[in-house]
Design a protein around this ligand. Structure first.
Ligand code: UD1
Length: 369
């Protein structure tokens, strides 16, 4: 029976990998090993999701922790190579675009173990974004490419990948949304935060938005202005919280009764907030996709997106990084009668099933012969 390693490392990976693990396990045709690199390690960034998703606990943990990009990627590469040498799987599956994705893919192909990349072909064409480098490199060395939208196919073909290696399966993160949506109402987060009227949900953690003192100060001023119109809920990533504290911005936000700066949330609480928000303001990739499925307007605080289908079909708008424009953009959304809502093709909760069917038919011995 083919042995597959599934690699997870950081928060968005869990929701992408869980449905794939479950769909592969249901076939009873594969031996599965879940490997957690430990890129994220805080309870609220990691273990909480296993508990909530009822996710298989990792079989192997690499405990690499934080570090500079070079150090973190190198640690994963070195530790995962050792695991591969002992374990000899027939396929390594990587997800998304984080440092764990590229590091584990590289360790595998160097040992002539084929790699499948879930969420392949997304491109922002912004090489200053660490994730873009991770995406391009992972796709170059991956053998099987599972894509969420058709624009990804064009990107991959342009980069010389073959049509046979590309499989349009849909979005496994949306599989999780579909699988768990009946549980979102169970969350008591709105009651806990005492949210009785319309609110904005905010997540910002990209280095380009939160690592520079003056930019973060500008961003905070823009967010404060929004509280004139509606409550703001901001579950802050550890990086963002640390920078807010270091730059002396934390107290201002904590003293604003309409600004709820809180710790990172679990999946069910976060999804309830996202479903019920009047607007989402984010620099995340996955949230652009989830808000499109909820039909909730999303303002993306970036100059580009690797997920254009959320704009062409969904509720997403790119508003750039002139932060002073955010309050006016929010107002415009709140005053609009409706937002276009079209769920992208194959974002139907069946992506992991399609992946399982494709892998059942795939001869994994072909790639390195
Ligand atoms: C990583 C991914 C990013 C993804 C994000 C989701 C890369 C290059 N980036 O970014 O694509 O959107 O995860 O959250 O892989 N930290 C903690 N506890 C943790 C994890 C991180 O305190 O459990 C702090 C550390 O100070 C660390 C910093 O956050 O240095 C950044 O963590 P890191 O894993 O390097 O990248 P993220 O910004 O989380």
């Amino acid at each position: 029976m083919p042995h597959i390693h599934l690699i997870i490392g950081a928060r968005p990976n869990y929701m992408k990998a869980d449905p794939v693990y479950k769909a592969l396990a249901a076939t009873a045709q594969f031996q599965l090993t879940l490997v957690h690199t430990g890129q994220h390690y805080d309870h609220k960034m990691s273990q909480l999701f296993f508990d909530e998703l009822g996710m298989q606990e990792p079989d192997i943990t690499l405990e690499v922790g934080s570090g500079s990009h070079g150090a973190q990627t190198a640690r994963i590469l070195e530790r995962y190579e050792k695991v591969l040498l002992e374990n000899q799987p027939d396929l390594v599956m990587v997800f998304g675009d984080i440092n764990s994705t590229v590091a584990c893919a590289l360790a595998a192909v160097k040992l002539h173990i084929p790699v499948a990349h879930v969420e392949a072909g997304l491109r922002s064409y912004d090489s200053r974004m660490p994730e873009e480098i991770n995406r391009v490199l992972t796709d170059q060395i991956a053998n099987i490419l599972f894509i969420t939208a058709l624009d990804a196919r064009d990107n991959l073909l342009k980069e010389g990948k073959t049509a046979e290696s590309i499989h349009f399966v849909g979005n496994t993160m949306i599989d999780s949304l579909q699988a768990f949506k009946q549980h979102f109402s169970r969350s008591k987060i709105q009651e806990r935060l005492n949210l009785t009227s319309a609110f904005a949900l905010i997540t910002l953690h990209r280095p380009s938005n939160v690592d520079d003192r003056s930019k973060l100060a500008e961003l905070v001023s823009a967010l404060e202005e929004i509280t004139g119109k509606l409550d703001c809920v901001f579950p802050a990533h550890p990086r963002t919280r640390k920078n807010l504290a270091d730059f002396g911005l934390l107290e201002r936000l904590n003293n604003n009764p309409r600004f709820h700066l809180i710790d990172p949330l679990g999946y069910i609480d976060f999804m309830r907030l996202q479903r019920d928000a009047a607007i989402v303001i984010t620099d995340s990739g996955g949230i652009q996709e989830e808000s499109t499925c909820f039909g909730v307007p999303c303002l993306t605080v970036r100059e580009n997106t690797e997920r254009p289908v959320t704009i062409t079909n969904g509720t997403n708008r790119l508003i750039g990084t002139d932060y002073h424009r955010i309050p006016a953009e929010v107002l415009q959304v709140l005053e609009a009668d409706s937002v276009p809502k079209l769920i992208p093709e194959r974002w139907d909760g069946q992506a992991a099933q399609r992946i399982a069917q494709i892998l059942l038919k795939q001869d994994l011995t072909l790639f390195f012969n």
